[in-house]
Design a binder for this molecule. Sequence first.
Ligand SMILES: [Zn+2]
Length: 147
Amino acid sequence: MNKYGRQSGPRYSASANRAKAPATQQCQKCLEFGHYTYECTAERVYTARPSRTQQLKKPIKRIEVEVPEEFLPKRKGLAAKILKDKEDERKKKKSRKSSRSSVDGHLSMHIRIIVEQRKQQEQQERQQVIIQLVRIVAFSLQIWISL
Ligand SMILES: [Zn+2]
């Protein structure tokens, strides 16, 4: 019995004909097989695992595969020509874009990006404040209703 006047542990009655745990059943406490976790009398085996945060902080190591020259795609023939033309076209488009931005000036572009980022940040902060306000109102409403 615990302080709530309830029996602690499993809720089924001990007298019920409970099936014994199969041999494949692994206990999550001691990691042994053949009994359920709630039946465990053994000591807990602590296995430390990296948290999700730790896992995500670790940078992903990129696997670089060196391809021998003979396996590299050879760009010859019509297909290669079409690919090259397309690449050239893409380059032209890019240079057109960059020439436009160079008129405005690289620095002003940079400033505009920073201003945009600031605006977004401010907006987010404003949203946060609104969310907080809504929470407070909701909370006080709850209290008011419960009175
Ligand atoms: Zn166990």
